[in-house]
Design a protein around this ligand. Structure first.
Ligand code: SAH
Ligand code: TYD
Length: 406
């Protein structure tokens, strides 16, 4: 059995999704026969409660100079990060001449708000193409992976940080101990580490298994973060649930005893206990629900095809790579996936090679059904696709179960 990445206890898998390509590895036909695959499988550590991947992909295969995900594609996410930055400034960045660091700052979607306010800031972003986009919009960015050494080096060059931020990136970093040591080294004594990631409680309650893919090494809960942070003399001082990415949790972390702990922390700990997040049986049950979701989706798509309906995909998300590969959905069931990201258009989906086309193709000739692979942006998408629905089109979702959306 593999060893837990956090506490080294043996960790068994509760599910395998089988052979899986790189989730964001949208590719051209010339590369089909050298596509990289690994086995996507997930385990729950009964000792420290961390849900994690049990086979890892080398980060350099995922984060590089042609990383496909540009954060600023969604208007709602842009608003979300404006508000995240506002909250940090208001509550935590109150000292004179503050310094804010963000890991996984991508195209600068959040740090731009510190940059335009004239505050000292630094993005740490290893994917060169998105880092270049951030710099072009005036966000100071270094192109590297963040680790303990980076924490020390940044402190030496710029001084200690008031806030260390991360969104949808902390769960990508396999060596959490090195990361936290780096954060500790860089933060002022009363500095805060604020990060938000897809929340295990949402994944379990919605069976949103598509959050599980190569980049997401960990599926955090308060219960699993607490002992990990304690080892490094840090603690969670606040928890703020978010609706982004299908349900996320924002954790505010400080050096132990440096700041008061909000009541919401104990309340969340109780909710997690009530949900059974610390019970192995919860994950066996989750596996059964995931298998049912797969079977239902495949049956529905086959039925629609047999009835001569046109079905396309909406949003070439990383998440869709898990769904299409686990369910065996190719262009026989989903004609194409439309997406607004230029770098994904004209390419093919990882593993099952469904064409990814510009959004215009969806509008030019509406399909009968569109699988909402970007279900986490459902409100935004449904609101702007009134014409599709007026033309008789319907969205299919698979969260929290497979259904045609009313
Ligand atoms: N924070 C943005 C981007 C999330 S995507 C948002 O929420 O939209 C994850 C980003 O983290 C990618 O841009 C990736 O290149 C970066 N990343 C991955 N590993 C990292 C590491 N060790 N240090 C810093 N950034 C990392
Ligand atoms: P997202 O769900 O944020 O991420 P992940 O890759 O982490 O699963 O990705 C959204 C994708 O959906 C992105 O490729 C852009 C696309 N998209 C559209 O095509 N149209 C839209 O209206 C929105 C909101 C997203």
């Amino acid at each position: 059995m593999p060893a837990c990445l956090i506490c080294a206890a043996p960790v068994g898998d509760f599910i395998s999704f089988g052979r899986m390509p790189i989730a964001n590895g949208f590719l051209m036909p010339a590369d089909f026969d050298r596509e990289f695959f690994f086995e996507l499988k997930t385990g729950y550590c009964e000792r420290c409660h961390m849900v994690q991947l049990t086979e890892l992909v080398d980060p350099s295969k995922m984060f590089h100079d042609h990383y496909a995900y540009f954060s600023s594609i969604s208007v709602r996410m842009a608003q979300h990060f404006a508000s995240f930055a506002g909250m940090v400034r208001e509550r935590y960045v109150t000292a004179a001449d503050p310094f804010v660091v963000e890991v996984g700052s991508n195209d600068g979607i959040m740090l731009q708000h510190f940059a335009t306010a004239g505050l000292r800031h630094l993005g740490v972003e290893p994917s060169a193409n998105v880092a270049a986009a951030a710099r072009a919009s005036g966000v100071r960015t270094v192109c590297r992976f963040f680790d303990e050494e980076a924490g020390h080096e940044i402190r030496k060059e710029y001084g200690a940080a008031d806030a260390f931020l991360g969104a949808n990136v902390i769960c990508h970093i396999p060596d959490m101990h090195t990361l936290i040591k780096g954060v500790r080294a860089l933060l002022k004594d009363d500095g805060v580490f604020v990060f938000e990631e897809p929340y295990l409680g949402d994944i379990v309650s919605k069976a949103s298994y598509d959050q599980i893919y190569d980049e997401h090494v960990y599926y955090f809960s308060l219960q699993s973060l607490t002992p990990l942070l304690a080892q490094h003399e840090m603690e969670v001082i606040d928890v703020l649930p978010q609706t982004t990415h299908g349900g996320s949790m924002r954790y505010v972390v400080a050096k132990r005893g440096a700041r008061p702990v909000a009541d919401g922390v104990a309340a969340l700990r109780e909710r997690e206990r009530a949900m059974g997040l610390m019970l192995p049986a919860t994950y066996q049950e989750l596996r059964r629900r995931i298998e049912k979701s797969r079977d239902d989706l495949v049956s529905l798509l086959k039925e629609l095809r047999a009835a001569g309906k046109r079905v396309t995909g909406y949003g070439a998300t990383s998440k869709s790579t898990t769904v299409t590969n686990y369910c065996g959905i190719g262009s026989d069931l989903v004609e194409f996936i439309s997406d607004t990201t230029p770098g994904k258009q004209g390419r093919y989906s990882p593993g099952t090679h469904i064409p990814v086309v510009p959004y215009d193709r969806f509008v030019e000739r509406y399909p009968d059904y569109a699988v909402l692979f970007a279900w986490n942006h459902g409100d935004e998408i449904v609101a702007k696709e009134q014409a599709f629905r007026k033309a008789g089109g319907q969205f299919i979702s698979y969260v929290p179960n497979v259904h045609v959306m009313a």
